[in-house]
Write a protein that binds this ligand. Structure first.
Ligand code: 1PR
Length: 568
C-alpha cells in the first residue's frame, strides 16, 4: 500500500473499482482490498472489504505458508459459478505463498467469501468476489492448468470481444452449511510438494547444460584416475572470471598414469566431460508437464564472476517462465558481485533482476553461511546488510530460499563432537525424536561411528566452515529467509534415500518450510521422508533426469500412502 500511495495510485484505483469495471487482484492484490493488515499496520488498505488481514499463527505450522491447497466453495455457486471463475470440479489445488491471511471467522468477510482454505488449524478466505471485484489469495498463474483456467475464465467473462457478459456476482448466492464447508476443507488440505532440481553449468564446449553427479562431482566417471581435487571435498576453483556461458578451464586427467618407456613423452591429457543430461528449459518444461510442483535451477558454477546482464541463467528463467506455470527458484551467485568492468551489483539487484525475468524465489548458498557467521560473531545482532535481509525486506521472506550443502562429520561418541556443534549431532542408530515408534535403518559411519554432526560448506561443497546446520538454519530464519533447501553432500546422487535424520533435525530447528533434498532413488524414499519428518517438500534431480522414476509415479505412490499431493 505504501508503494501505491507513494505513486499516487490509491485514489485512482478506488475510483476504478467504484466505476464498476472489472478488477482481479492476486495475493497482495486481494489483501489490498481490506481495511488494514498486520503486515504494515500504518498503511491503510483500500477499505473496500470491511475486515482486516492478520498473520498466520506459527504455533502449529510453518510460516510462510508455501505450497498447494484446495479452494473450498463457501457459497452454493453451482456449475454456473464454477464456470464463471474457472474453479473446476473441486479437486484442484492452487499455489499459496503468504505469511498473512484473512481469518475466515471474523465478521465482515462472509459477504465477500467465494472460497475458503485451511492451513493448520486456521480457516482463511482464499478468494473474494462481489460485483465487479474478484480476488484470490492463491497464485493462479503459478498453479498449473488449474490456475490458468481461473485466469482464462476471468478474461473470458470480462472481455466483450470474446463474448464475455461481465462478471457473475456470486455474493448473492446462498452460503453453504458450515459443516459441509468444514468437511471439504479437511478433505482437501495442504499438499506435499515434489520439486525437480536442475543443476546447470557450462560444459567444456561452452553450452549451458543440466548436469548431475554424486557428492557434487558432476564429471563423467573415469576409471583411469580420479583426482581428489575434482570432488567437493577439495575441488579447486575452476578458472575465475569466466561466465557460465564461456568455456571453463579444462580439468584433465592423464590417459595413462604410468608408462613403461621412461623416455616416452609425458602422457597426453584427457578430459573428464561434464555430464550432459539435457537443456535446462526443455527439462523444466518436461517436469512441468509431468507434474512437478516447483522447478529449481541451481547455477552451480556461479562462483565465477560474470557480468550480471550477460548472465545466461537470466534467459533460462525468462524462457522457462513463459511456459512453466509453477514456481521457479533460481540459485547460485545470489550475492554482492562486481562485474568484470568494475560495476558493483548488490545481492538485492541480482535477485531483482531474476525476479523481473520470472523467478519466484532466489536461493542463496555460500553467502548465507557467511551472513550467519557474521550474525554469530555479532552475538545475534543483525546488520541489515546481508543479501538475505535486504531481499527479504524488499520482496518478502517467501522469496528467499537458503540452500544448505552440509556434510556429515562422524564421531564414535557424543563427547567427540565439539560442544558448540552438539545441537546438530544425531544418533545414526536411533529412530527420530519426532517419530520414535517408526523404525529407521541405522546409517553408521564408515568405521562404525554411531554419531555425526552436520557441518556446513560453501562454494558447492568445496570448503567446510566452522558452523553446523542448526546454527545455519536458525540464523537464516532470523535474518528473514522464508524456506530452506536442504541438500546433503553425502547423499547427493547416491539413490540411497533422503538423510531423514538431517531433515528431521533441521525441520525441528526452525519454523519456516524445509525442502528435503539429495539421495532420492525410488518412490518409497519420498513416502519415507514424509512419514517420519514434517518436511513440506521433497526434491530430486538425478532420478528425474535419467527417467528412472517418473514424477507421476512418485505422486501416485504418495496418494496410495495417504499423502496429499497436487493433482495434475
Ligand atoms: O553458493 O549461492 O553460489 O549457490 C551455489 C548453489 O549451487 C548451491 O545451491 C549449491 O547447492 C549448488 N551447487 C554447487 N555445486 C554443486 C555441484 O553439484 N557440484 N549442486 C551444486 C548442488 C545438489 C542438489 C541436487 C540434490 C539432489 N547439487 O542441487 O539437486 O542433491 O540430487 P539427487 O536427487 O540426484 O540426489 P551459491
Amino acid at each position: 500500500m505504501a508503494g501505491l500511495r507513494k505513486r499516487g495510485f490509491v485514489e485512482p484505483l478506488k475510483a476504478y473499482i467504484a466505476s464498476g469495471r472489472p478488477y482481479m487482484g492476486i495475493c497482495i492484490g486481494m489483501q489490498a482490498l481490506f481495511e488494514e493488515s498486520d503486515e504494515s499496520p500504518e498503511d491503510k488498505g483500500l477499505g473496500i472489504i470491511p475486515a482486516k488481514v492478520g498473520r498466520f499463527s506459527s504455533a502449529d505450522k510453518s510460516v510462510p505458508c508455501m505450497g498447494y491447497n484446495g479452494a473450498t466453495e463457501r457459497r452454493d455457486i453451482g456449475d454456473e459459478g464454477r464456470e464463471a471463475y474457472g474453479l473446476g470440479d473441486g479437486g484442484d489445488s492452487y499455489y499459496f505463498v503468504h505469511s498473512f491471511r484473512v481469518d475466515a471467522t471474523q465478521p465482515g468477510v462472509e459477504d465477500w467469501s467465494l472460497t475458503w482454505t485451511q492451513y493448520g488449524d486456521e480457516k482463511y478466505v482464499s478468494s473474494v468476489q462481489k460485483g465487479n471485484v474478484f480476488g484470490t489469495q492463491f497464485h493462479p498463474e503459478k498453479s498449473g492448468a488449474a490456475g490458468l483456467a481461473v485466469v482464462e475464465a476471468w478474461l473470458q467473462s470480462t472481455d466483450p470481444a470474446k463474448g464475455g457478459k461481465g462478471m457473475l456476482d456470486t455474493s448473492v448466492k446462498p452460503l453453504r452449511p458450515l459443516a459441509d464447508v468444514d468437511a471439504d476443507l479437511v478433505r482437501k488440505g495442504f499438499t506435499k510438494r515434489i520439486v525437480a532440481c536442475l543443476d546447470v553449468r557450462a560444459n567444456d564446449d561452452g553450452d549451458l547444460v543440466v548436469t548431475k553427479g554424486d557428492q557434487y562431482d558432476v564429471r563423467e566417471a573415469d576409471d583411469s584416475a580420479t583426482t581428489a581435487d575434482e570432488h567437493a571435498s577439495g575441488a579447486p576453483e575452476e578458472s575465475a572470471a569466466t561466465s557460465p556461458s564461456a568455456p571453463v578451464a579444462e580439468t584433465t586427467l592423464p590417459t595413462s598414469t604410468v608408462s613403461s618407456d621412461p623416455s616416452a613423452p609425458p602422457p597426453a591429457k584427457r578430459q573428464r566431460q561434464v555430464r550432459n543430461l539435457g537443456k535446462p528449459v526443455d527439462l523444466a518444461r518436461r517436469y512441468y508437464a509431468e507434474g512437478a510442483d516447483e522447478v529449481a535451477f541451481l547455477n552451480i558454477t556461479s562462483f565465477r564472476s560474470c557480468p550480471l546482464h550477460d548472465q545466461p541463467m537470466l534467459d533460462v528463467i525468462r524462457q522457462a517462465a513463459e511456459t512453466v506455470f509453477v514456481p521457479l527458484t533460481i540459485g547460485g551467485g545470489i550475492r554482492d558481485t562486481t562485474d568484470p568492468d568494475g560495476t558493483t551489483r548488490s545481492a538485492l539487484e541480482v535477485a531483482g533482476t531474476y525476479f523481473r525475468c520470472g523467478a519466484d524465489k532466489v536461493s542463496i548458498g555460500s553467502d548465507a553461511v557467511f551472513a550467519v557467521e557474521e550474525l554469530l560473531a555479532a552475538d545475534g545482532t543483525k546488520s541489515g546488510k546481508s543479501g538475505i535481509e535486504q531481499i527479504s525486506y524488499a520482496y518478502g521472506a517467501q522469496a528467499v530460499v537458503v540452500s544448505f550443502d552440509p556434510k556429515r562429520v562422524y564421531a564414535p561418541s557424543l563427547d567427540d563432537i565439539p560442544a558448540a556443534h552438539r545441537p546438530s549431532a544425531v544418533d545414526l542408530s536411533a529412530p527420530l525424536p519426532s517419530s520414535p515408534d517408526t523404525p529407521l535403518r541405522a546409517d553408521l559411519g564408515p568405521n562404525g561411528e554411531q554419531f555425526c554432526w552436520y557441518q556446513c560448506t560453501v562454494r558447492g561443497g568445496r570448503e567446510t566452515r566452522d558452523i553446523d546446520v542448526v546454527q545455519l538454519a536458525q540464523g537464516v530464519e532470523k535474518l528473514g529467509a522464508g524456506e530452506i533447501l536442504l541438500n546433503s553432500v553425502d547423499k547427493d546422487g547416491s539413490k540411497s534415500g533422503f538423510d531423514c535424520r538431517l531433515v528431521d533435525l533441521v525441520r525441528r530447528s526452525v519454523g519456516i518450510p524445509v525442502v528435503a533434498s539429495s539421495g532420492a532413488g525410488k518412490v518409497d524414499d519420498f513416502s519415507e521422508v514424509f512419514a517420519v519428518t514434517d518436511v513440506e517438500a521433497a526434491l530430486a534431480a538425478g532420478i528425474f533426469h535419467r527417467k528412472e522414476v517418473p514424477i507421476e509415479d512418485v505422486k501416485s505412490h504418495l496418494v496410495k500412502e495417504g499423502v496429499k499431493v497436487r493433482r495434475v
